[in-house]
Design a protein around this ligand. Structure first.
Ligand SMILES: Nc1nc2c(c(=O)[nH]1)N[C@H]1C(S)=C(S)[C@@H](COP(=O)(O)OP(=O)(O)OC[C@H]3O[C@@H](n4cnc5c(=O)[nH]c(N)nc54)[C@H](O)[C@@H]3O)O[C@H]1N2
Ligand SMILES: Nc1nc2c(c(=O)[nH]1)N[C@H]1C(S)=C(S)[C@@H](COP(=O)(O)OP(=O)(O)OC[C@H]3O[C@@H](n4cnc5c(=O)[nH]c(N)nc54)[C@H](O)[C@@H]3O)O[C@H]1N2
Ligand code: SF4
Ligand SMILES: [Mo]
Length: 718
């Protein structure tokens, strides 16, 4: 029997359409869907590996429990009942905050897990709520909340119409775009050049994206904030700023006053970018018929990540490129998470309404920075964490100072992991609760439609039924949440699974029908789940449209160009500036940055053999002159050390890197005992997060600062 299925890939943010041929119950071929008007047939090497993931012999399908004899299979009911009982006992003994939760990145690629995971979090009622947000895009969401009144009003580059695209700290050729869902990004970037525009990359490494750019500019890691301030300085100085009725005059004056002292001459030595270059790109940007500045992981994960995202928004706004075609725009998705009155409206956000217990780090959107997780477990006292839930995450490899977190995990009373692998984090669990894999469950992209370069909608149906007795993430969360409520109210626990009629699909159906393209509108499209089920390819809802002031959710319906709380971070900025001007000498001569590769996906796809072919990827890149000075050869192993740890890694000598900068990819380090990923352990590599420091972060937002970690490199004497 032969069948063709269409759905989108949910591995990264690009949402590429897939055409999947199934013959006699197995996947025969995986191709890009040529009829998908959004991805236009594009896929990357990871997409087809959804098949390997589905067939991976190391993938867990049923719950396991750690016993003195090792891992043992248990029934769902036994596992979930025991966990519910323990949660209630731990919370009664130590208080609600004694249970912590960490949600990893794939949560947002799995709508069932997201919807039911959020309910679980709200019922646990602990302030120890963590996620990968605080090692990633927290500054973007924070600034959207502060400037536009909703954390998900994130400005998206209008890549298909812009004439000038200024990219800082993003490598879409490898990542396929982020906070910019953009399948087929290479062609879309080339199209800017073909229509006479430019795209410019500012990055300490001449990346794959930079290699094809109209211009690449090296920058010293961690100094983007000064570059951005000086771009604004030039724009104001040349009076290239444009009026905007949504701005408040006082804000503009404060911004102008702030940037006054950051002239290109003053920041050139700090950033390593020539004065004339800063002046030229500022001028080109402001004078272009349309332009957009965009900064991603490389600038969010810096000591001034929040200020960087703020200044990027300011550059777009004051040059007349916010909410305009070819600039930074806002989406209007079919399931609207932002609009007032939407049934699925998410919280607009919150900031610093409470702080972490040990270090007083600020909350954002009811979450604490994950850099605080280890110390919240290790530091004794009231409110200490005693138990942890992880869902779709691997914080031992993905958060700063992973080794410290490991020490912390080994002392917990209960760890429960929602995951289908025994990996570097879940090996510490007492229970692993494995969900179905992507091709066995349905999916509607709630999040990446909010960050997409076009408004689109599609519903992804499962390709295979899961094995008898397997559960989806949302079913596990749903049962466990109810079981905890039953224990709390002293009721007996049922001996069978607790089913719910409210499926994620039914929740979405209601949101689609009542949403912006729903049945109440007099539009051609009457959006519903039924419509999407009958549309095998993506439904295009058009390019991004101007949406302010209607979708601006600040109280006064104006843009907060200079949000008041940001003033609190200016003294820290100025003191760093002084430190730089003093030519402060560092003890550690090299600055370490990360990198991504098209065939990796954070820490978790290294067990798929086809993705692991080719040259070894876990190397430390270094410039030839630096290598020469250290007397090291290509592929030679060196010791890299930082404030928190050291590791041994082979060297890759390349002119791609700026001098004084070295780069190690994250997500490796599969050499720890007790994991069960055979392929990954053969390509183990080492973890950069054994060098990154949980104490170094953007103190204002709480986001981790991975870019520009100071390291020492030592040749191993023979
Ligand atoms: N293939 C693949 N795709 C992925 C992922 C993956 O692991 N693999 N991960 C997904 C996830 S979770 C995310 S968040 C996105 C991230 O998407 P991107 O942000 O596009 O990802 P990166 O490739 O990490 O790009 C960050 C860039 O910042 C540069 N950089 C480092 N420090 C600095 C600095 O101080 N200043 C400047 N200007 N640049 C700096 C780095 O050299 C790098 O080129 O990718 C997603 N897509
Ligand atoms: N130094 C440094 N560190 C970084 C970064 C960096 O650039 N540099 N990038 C950071 C970024 S942007 C991110 S997003 C984080 C990612 O950090 P994490 O989210 O903590 O880690 P992942 O490697 O994405 O691990 C995902 C886990 O989810 C499991 N999984 C996959 N799909 C599902 C599913 O559908 N359900 C369930 N229950 N489990 C699933 C996988 O098996 C895997 O164990 O890493 C961060 N860490
Ligand atoms: S680019 Fe992203 S969405 Fe597209 S096939 Fe690759 S992993 Fe999947
Ligand atoms: Mo991420």
């Amino acid at each position: 029997m032969e069948e063709t299925h269409y759905r989108s890939c949910n591995l990264c943010e690009a949402m590429c359409g897939l055409q999947i041929e199934v013959k006699n119950g197995t996947i025969h071929s995986f191709k890009g869907d040529p009829l998908d008007t959004f991805s236009r047939g594009h896929i990357c090497p990871k997409g087809p590996e959804l098949k390997s993931l589905y067939e991976d012999p190391d993938r867990l399908k049923f719950p396991i429990k750690k016993t003195e004899f090792g891992w043992e299979k248990v029934s769902w009911v036994e596992a979930l009942s025991d966990i519910a009982t323990k949660v209630v006992a731990i919370q009664s003994k130590y208080g609600n905050d004694s249970i912590a939760i960490y949600n990893g990145n794939p949560t947002v690629h799995n709508y069932g897990s997201m919807l039911y995971g959020q309910r679980f979090v709200s019922r646990i009622k602990s302030k120890n709520n963590y996620s990968a947000t605080s090692v990633d895009q927290l500054p973007h969401q924070l600034l959207s909340y502060l400037m536009f009144g909703h954390q998900l009003l994130v400005p998206i580059p209008d890549i298909d119409r812009t004439q000038y695209f200024l990219i800082l700290g993003g490598n879409p050729f490898a990542s396929n775009g982020s906070l910019m869902s953009v399948p087929d990004v290479k062609k879309r970037l080339k199209a800017i050049q073909d229509r006479g525009g430019k795209y410019i990359v500012i990055d300490p490494r001449k990346t794959e994206t930079a290699d094809h750019a109209s211009e690449h500019i090296f920058i010293k890691p961690g100094t983007d904030v000064f570059l951005l301030l000086s771009i604004l300085h030039v724009i104001f100085k040349l009076k290239l700023n444009k009026p905007n009725p949504l701005l408040k005059p006082d804000d503009l004056t404060s911004l102008q006053n702030l940037v006054m002292e950051f002239s290109p001459e003053k920041v050139t030595n700090i950033t390593g970018i020539p004065t004339q270059t800063i002046e030229r790109i500022s001028d080109e940007f402001a004078k272009s018929s349309s332009a957009v500045c965009y900064g991603r992981v490389g600038v969010s994960t810096q000591e001034f990540g929040a200020l960087c995202q703020w200044l990027i928004n300011c550059i777009n706004t004051i040059t007349g490129n916010l909410d305009t075609e070819g600039g930074a725009m806002f989406t209007l998705p079919a399931v609207d998470l932002v609009g007032e009155g939407s049934v699925m409206r998410s919280s607009p956000g919150s900031f610093n309404t409470f702080q972490s217990r040990v270090r007083n780090l600020p909350e954002f959107n009811d979450e604490l920075p994950v850099s605080a997780l280890a110390e919240e477990i290790l530091t004794e006292g009231d409110g200490q964490i005693r138990a942890l839930f992880t869902s779709a995450g691997n914080p031992v490899l993905s958060t700063p100072n992973g080794s410290k977190l490991e020490k912390a995990l080994s002392g917990l009373e209960l760890i429960v992991s929602f995951d289908f692998y025994v990996n570097e984090t879940t090996r510490y669990a007492h229970y692993i609760l494995p969900p179905t894999s992507a091709v066995e469950h349905d999916h509607y992209d709630l999040i990446f439609n909010v960050f997409s370069v076009r408004n689109t909608a599609r519903y992804n149906q499962p390709i295979f039924s899961p094995e008898e007795g397997m559960l989806h993430d949302w079913e596990i969360f749903s049962d466990l949440t109810k079981r905890i409520e039953l224990v709390r109210s002293g009721k007996e626990l049922p001996k069978e699974l607790i089913k719910t009629k409210l499926t994620p699909a039914s929740i979405i159906d209601h949101a689609l029908k009542s949403g912006p393209y729903g049945t109440k509108n007099n539009m051609e499209i009457q959006m519903s789940l039924e419509l999407l089920k009958n549309s095998p390819h993506v439904i295009d809802l058009g390019p991004l449209k101007k949406s302010f002031p209607e979708r601006l959710y600040t109280i006064d319906k104006k843009i907060n160009l200079f949000p008041h709380v940001l003033h609190n971070d200016i003294p820290r900025l100025k003191s760093k500036f002084e430190q730089h001007l003093d030519q402060n000498q560092f003890n550690f001569p090299y600055l370490l940055i990360g990198r991504r590769h098209l065939r990796n996906n954070n820490s978790w796809m290294h067990n798929l053999p086809k993705l692991m072919t080719g040259k070894p990827r876990c190397t430390m890149m270094i410039h030839p002159e630096d290598a020469n000075q250290l007397g090291i050869q290509n592929e030679e192993e060196v010791i890299v050390s930082s404030n928190v740890g050291e590791l041994k890694i082979p060297v890759e000598i390349t002119k791609e890197l700026m001098k004084g900068v070295v780069s190690i990819p994250h997500g490796f380090g599969h050499n720890r005992n007790g994991t069960k990923q055979k392929v990954a352990s053969q390509f183990s590599g080492v973890s950069i997060n054994d060098l990154t420091d949980d104490q170094v972060l953007d103190e204002f937002s709480g986001n981790a600062a991975f870019s520009g970690i100071q390291v020492k490199i030592t040749k191993i004497s023979k």
